[in-house]
Design a protein around this ligand. Sequence first.
Ligand SMILES: [Zn+2]
Length: 431
Amino acid sequence: MAGNRLKLELTRVVQGKSRLGIIKGLGRKGQHSLEVPGCLLYTHFGTVPHLTQDTLHTLNSLPSITQVTLSTIAEHQEVLEEFKDGFRAFAGLHDTVLYCSLHDPAAPCPTGYTTNKTVSVWGSGGRIELTVEKFMALQKTVQPDFYQSMADGETWQNNTSRKRVRKSVDRTLAHLDECLLVHQKVQELEGVEVFGVVEGGDILEERVRSARETAKRPVAGFCLDGLQTGSMDQTLRTQLITAVNKELPEDKPRLLQGVGRPDEVLACVEAGVDLFESFFPFQVTERGCALCFNFDISADPERAGTAPPEVLEQNKEGDPEGEAQHNGDISVEDQTQMTSFEINLKDKRYHDDFRSLVEGCGCYCCMNHQRAYVHHLLVTNELLAGVLLMIHNTAHYHGFFSALREALANDKLDLLKRRVLRDRGQIETKE
Ligand SMILES: [Zn+2]
């Protein structure tokens, strides 16, 4: 059977729902832990995009869990089988907890390819169809510390019928039972934990049924699927997550898939989510932008210089995502569009802006370079642009999660929300 060491110890629950705590017993030997609310380290095939291991480790407070996805691993199954020692050794990852999910949250996943017995993932070479047998053979070669069970998650589009949603819940439960059955027979997976997947689209009863049934199985935690950015507005998402969480045991972590925007993260933490995927800084980097939202909740002005940003700036030319924010209606396409939490360094107004990306940020990029230099790298398509932006965006995003935990510990969640959300209305312009 799946391992039983992984446990969430809650230190505080704020206003009945927001959970502060620590996940203990992570890793095969149970030697790792992770504070929640927290996020996983997003990677492509084991590597944080743009960064080498050396560069990555210039960053403080990196999460102890590295996320890899079967969509990028499935097409290398034969090589990994031949290698034998698992993905961690293959990718040169050492002191980290390895978590294997099905899909890449930052990559589009075409729908219409699941059947009663299979789900499809999309790698660089196209579609790969997975049966439970193949899925489990992959887990055996990857040898993660924990993995997401196989799931039919094709119900996030808001025109999905009730019948289709019900089918996705049934299939996902059947896949979980089959995965658990195979799991206990595979020696290589001894001590590895399984996260059950909660589906149910936007139908409350199906969400509750999925959560209730999944919680009956011997899983170590839960993935909340089909609630990603673009699938629904935050009010409905909060409602569904709240209902789901009532059915889930308190001592098992809840990982929300596909949600990364700071405003949505805050709302979902308030609904009781513990873990997120950290693909958002990567998306911001890919569009040539730098995260700049304010999350400084220190009362001591002396600290403001060392703690994150005072700088708040919005794109003068308008902000489509900001608009979408207000009416709560965000289309899927908008996931790749700029948000009001970032500045676009490709903009020509930065060509002579000699300030750091975010004043007070202690990352390598902000300590050594100015906006004007990064602007130059971007317009001349230098690879270093992506490296520097990814360093800053990763540092900024993980700093936000630290501030979030600090806010929960010190009754400052409202202050943090004001910083992150309300301050977005302030526009600082250079000229
Ligand atoms: Zn920085």
